[in-house]
Write a new protein. Structure first.
Length: 288
């Protein structure tokens, strides 16, 4: 089995068929589909059972207590049988040639321990990129360099070696949201990706999804938010990005029950002399 396509699902039963149809229509059937249901209260379970009964593709279904996407990813990695792990959200779908292209591009780095995996592009359609609009030749770089040296913006379609994602599980806290950036940037300290320009993943940012409610979600998970920004501020990124990370640390630290002393000790104090005063602008800008 080459690829585990992993989908975390939470009350998206009405949307799953589009993704299911795109998987059934893949030119290369070199994958399994693992769905971790994050405590849905709608008809998600019944919809997936219907897919299983059709027996068109290999499906593994697991239901957990509502714990957040990051915990669902941990479980999906534990259940995976594929060499590669590909996170595809329940409201998105793949191009017909996605798994075929993944197999072709992966051959270029397969067996090279310096690489965590490969990544294609996400699009609003098969012709419209998400993020940076310019095309690029293949880039061999870690995720930090891809973002801050090559200055590529927008969500990408990362396909990571399963053994690597198991090596970097998300930490478990009593909160529901942890950005996937924590995973990709931790991996970046040790591994590269092969980034290619082809769109293989079509994304929609629906009302009620993570992308449309990101401030509120991070506000409600301040321990994860501050962990991410604290780590980012210490990583090999440009100084301006360290300041931005520090500002965002203090932006969400105000929602944490920790003492000011604890918060101060978790972040670079020199950066905080700049970032903390600047973060006060968010008191005006952020939704109330």
């Amino acid at each position: 089995m080459l690829i585990t396509i992993f989908t975390p699902a939470y009350n998206r039963g009405s949307l799953l068929k589009r993704l299911y149809d795109s998987l059934c229509g893949q030119e290369a059937q070199n994958f399994e589909w693992i769905i971790v249901d994050d405590g849905s209260s709608d008809n998600t379970e019944a919809v997936i059972k219907g897919f299983v009964e059709e027996n068109r593709i290999n499906i593994i279904y697991h239901k957990q207590t509502n714990s957040g996407k990051h915990i669902a990813i941990n479980k999906g990695a534990e259940l995976a049988n594929g060499e590669l792990f590909f996170i595809v959200d329940s409201d998105d779908y793949l191009t017909d040639d996605a798994t075929k292209i993944i197999a072709q591009k992966y051959k270029e780095v397969q067996g090279n321990e310096r690489y965590a995996g490969i990544s294609g592009r996400k699009g609003y359609s098969e012709k419209e990129f998400i993020g940076s609009k310019e095309e690029f030749n293949d880039i061999h770089a870690n995720a930090l360099d891809f973002r801050y040296t090559y200055r590529m913006k927008g969500d990408m379609a990362e396909v990571i070696r399963t053994e690597i994602i198991r090596k970097y599980p998300f930490p478990v806290k009593n909160e529901k949201f942890c950005t996937e950036g924590l995973l990709w940037f931790r991996v970046a300290l040790d591994y590269k990706f092969l980034w290619f320009n082809k769109i293989i993943y079509i994304a929609e940012y629906l009302e009620g999804g993570l992308s449309n409610n990101i401030f509120k979600i991070r506000k409600n998970s301040p321990e994860y938010a501050t962990l991410f920004y604290s780590e980012l501020s210490k990583m090999p990124v440009p100084f301006t990005q360290k300041i931005k990370a520090n500002m965002n640390y203090w932006r969400f630290a105000r929602f944490s029950p920790k003492t000011f002393s604890e918060k101060w000790n978790n972040i670079n104090p020199f950066l905080s002399l700049i970032g903390l005063p600047l973060s006060l602008i968010f008191l005006i800008k952020d939704p109330k």
